[in-house]
Design a protein around this ligand. Structure first.
Ligand code: ZN
Length: 425
């Protein structure tokens, strides 16, 4: 996305009138200014605050101007009484494909209704997505990060999927023979990668999507190790983060070793792989390496829930997911919330994660709140309710840290300093 309204000011400038220097680790953050948002005082809220190892809701006021939280109470401010609500930063969807081009506005509205303001689409058809980029860049719409077409091989995921969807009548005016270089890039060889790299960059993706489909198998339809490593190296040199489709622990190990940014899935969401510990149990040494690199895992446990496995089979998959997530969390591997389920949302993924009994409700809330700054818009001043950060928040009826269902009991949504009017079904 290259939004016209994304103003890359430094943290201090974005904060406007605050004279307090930003904490060092926040020095590179950028905030979106919203000149339409007037000076506002939000009173009577209980504000989400991350303490050492818990979340606290601290009573107080917040001030905002131009869509940014500021330190000092602005003059002539509109006062909004939040009525004792629990106030949290908006949530994120770090992996889905349901929001892209024309006709997906209603899906985006559903996300806003559930408190998700930030969405990451790790593969869409560029020509179909492009007409709505300016729409997604507005303060009042869902903020979407796009990779556009991912790098794979001719018959690899996602080509058959798109051919099928076009067959269903989706993606109007998209020719099924015009998918290569648009919905994906066929880079079977280094020569092809070399040839197509300029075109990949020309689309100005927000990040890059790379497909590993059991790369070490004879008949893998994804990237080879040598092409994959070269693609990660090129992306890195171009300042692009990389999201990797992984199926097995071996795929994950290659992604980590090559220095990619994140895995778009937890490995072994398919039963056939989950049944084989060699391919599904992440070794402790690899987990340590992931933690050391800050390698992100978008869990997408919801994908397995949608597979219609028998209760027994689903348990095999879920047990492996729970074991991997438990050990990754203990080691400090960052986990992001993403559903990768076309007709569902990140809220479904939260419920799938809850069903694994790995996380407390408080931990689930923290995962969801941290997902946007971690995986979707890194470097943006979002995810905290403090001066210098974008004035975006949700006011909830009850405490989500003791009951995660409260996370979507939303009475008031503010995005970039302006109240959002969304249709709630
Ligand atoms: Zn996906």
């Amino acid at each position: 996305m290259r939004p016209l309204s994304l103003i890359g000011l430094s943290f201090v400038l974005a904060a406007g009138c605050t004279s307090e220097p930003p904490p060092a680790e926040q020095g590179q953050l950028t905030a979106r200014i919203n000149p339409e948002a007037g000076p506002t005082v939000y009173t009577n809220g209980l504000w989400y605050t991350e303490a050492a190892d818990s979340i606290e809701f601290v009573a107080g006021e917040r001030y905002a101007e131009n869509g940014i939280f500021v330190l000092q109470r602005p003059d002539d401010a509109t006062v909004i009484d939040l009525g004792g609500a629990f106030v949290v930063p908006p949530y994120g969807e770090a992996h889905n494909h349901s929001v892209d081009g024309p006709g997906t506005e209603a899906t985006a509205e559903r996300y806003l209704a559930e408190g998700v303001f930030y969405y990451k689409n790790p593969n869409s058809i560029y020509s179909f997505t492009e007409p709505l980029l300016e729409f997604w860049a507005r303060p009042e719409t869902l903020d979407v990060s796009f990779s556009y077409g991912g790098l794979s091989t001719d018959e690899g995921h996602p080509e058959p999927l798109y051919r099928m969807l076009i067959g269903f009548g989706m993606y109007a005016e998209t020719d099924p023979d015009d998918l290569d270089g648009n919905a994906f890039y066929d880079v079977t060889t280094i020569g092809q990668l070399d040839e197509r790299w300029d075109r990949v960059l020309a689309a100005e993706p927000d990040f890059l999507k790379l497909y590993l489909l059991q790369y070490d198998a004879e008949d893998s339809a994804g990237l080879s190790e040598v092409v994959f490593r070269d693609a990660v190296r090129r992306a890195d040199a171009a300042g692009l983060r990389t999201t990797v489709h992984v199926e097995t622990v071996q795929d994950l190990a290659l992604a980590v070793d090559a220095g990619a940014t994140e895995a778009g899935h937890l490995p072994a969401y398919d039963l056939s792989i989950a049944e084989d510990p060699e391919r599904s149990r992440i070794p402790d040494a690899l987990i340590d390496q992931m933690a050391a690199q800050g390698f992100i895992v978008v869990a997408t446990t919801n994908v397995s829930q949608g597979r219609e496995y028998s209760g027994e089979d689903l348990e095999i998959v879920m047990d492996q997911q729970a074991d991997n997530l438990r050990r990754m969390t203990a080691a400090g591997v960052p986990i992001a919330v993403g559903s990768d389920s076309y007709f569902q949302t990140a809220w479904n993924e939260i419920q799938s994660l809850k069903a694994l009994s790995v996380f407390t409700d408080e931990e689930l809330l923290a995962l969801w709140v941290r997902t946007p700054a971690l995986s979707i818009f890194p470097g943006r001043a979002i995810g905290a309710l403090e001066p210098g950060y974008e004035a975006s928040f949700l006011a909830l009826d009850c405490s989500p840290s003791s009951n995660i269902a409260c996370a979507i009991e939303i009475r008031h949504r503010v995005k970039n300093g302006a109240r959002l009017d969304v249709r709630v079904d």
